[in-house]
Design a protein around this ligand. Sequence first.
Ligand SMILES: [Zn+2]
Length: 488
Amino acid sequence: MKKSLLQKYYVGVDVGGTKIQASLVTEVGSVLANHRCETPRGVSGHNGSVERTLSAIEESIRVLLCEQNCMLDDIAGIGIAVPGVVQQESGLVVVTPNMNLSGVELGRIMKDRFGVPVSIGNDCNLGTLGECWLGSGRNTSSCVGIFVGTGIGAGIVFDNRVFNGAGQAAGEIGHIISQIPCDHWRREMISTKRKREAKSSKSKELDISRCGCGNYGCFETFASRSAMERFIREAVEGGAKSVITELNGGTLNLIKSGAIAKALKANDKVVTSIVRYAAQVIGYACLTVRHLIDPEVIVLGGGVLEACQKFMMPVIDAVVANDQLPVLSSNRRILISSLGDNAVVLGAVALVRSRNGFNPLRKTHRIIPKYPQLHFMAEKVIHIADEPYAKDFFILSDGTIRPRLRLPKKNIHGFRLKDIQMLVEGGVDLIIFGSSEAGEITLSGKCRDYLFRRGIDYRILPLDEAVHFYNTVAVRRSAVWHFAVDGN
Ligand SMILES: [Zn+2]
């Protein structure tokens, strides 16, 4: 890790149902290192294992700092995200349905153990905050993040602030009732024949599934990752032919996002219909959000959505575009998370920093990383601090320089999606592609779609113009420098 004495560091922790991620983050929001470990499973009942979960959180932070050769004195604050209802001011976890931290004063306990300021928040709220700071929600004052996982959660940023609600429970979008379980009165009034049918079969009532929260007809019973898995299992057990079992390593216990994406690519009928249905439901959830809050941006996140964006986003777009309620035209958008797994830890860091009056959502509080100054030389060489560069290289969002070791096999002037993902990492407004032969660089449709779905701009320019542009444009940026091929 490159450490500087002037720099302040923060730790962001994402405590999930299955894993804990602790990250070391700079003031400008660059993630320097991650440490991931499994969340301990409660074996001796809830109360017995609280201490194990607390120890695991503490341990993940200590291991991260130790691995990075970092002292506690270097740390200005720790932000922790948990999946549940949290009282932000006091640091109390009110309830975590899928974990054993309910009623635990997590903020105070961690402050006692580390002796630095600690803030805690809800994971979906903090994921949205992270996206608003550096990801797809940047440059907006209102944004709703919808995260599709085991359940469906959301975070609301309104007027540059996270909106928590009176009982700290705003954003529970997965539990919005979308199939109203109380139309019995209509059946009472219809003809006696149909009434008898309805009574005998009880099927109407069975149509509505019960959610993990105890209510009936919640959004997440139709479109969460668990719902998709349940539908797939039902179909396969019912005899429908599908390649999903094979793609998922012979089991349907836990279906991986990658296997779902592959099944879509293989035109698997079962998976295609189920994912299309889930995407439609998510589209309707987006419409509901629009009709209630009308945010500038809705950011969608979660493994399935990120893996299956090419298939799911057009379906979601179509549902939203078909909205019949007339509104003023505007540039409201539905985007995909740019920060992926790091959104929550970055939001947690933004939260603990907000204790000192820092608001990452205000433009004036946003700091741009220190970027290297480039010099373009006549012989098509770029100099950085007197070091010549004549072979392809990247400059990442935090200013790190990295050689580009592999060119795509098929088209040497093209880019692999992995390259583009690396350039987006850490959050950027703009990607600059500098090329020694103007116009030779090509971006595949897949790469362009990836950037478009995250609201990220890009410019392809000749090397000299690209260098000038890189040095002068005042936004968070990354770049790739592509030289004549015989130079590689
Ligand atoms: Zn529910």
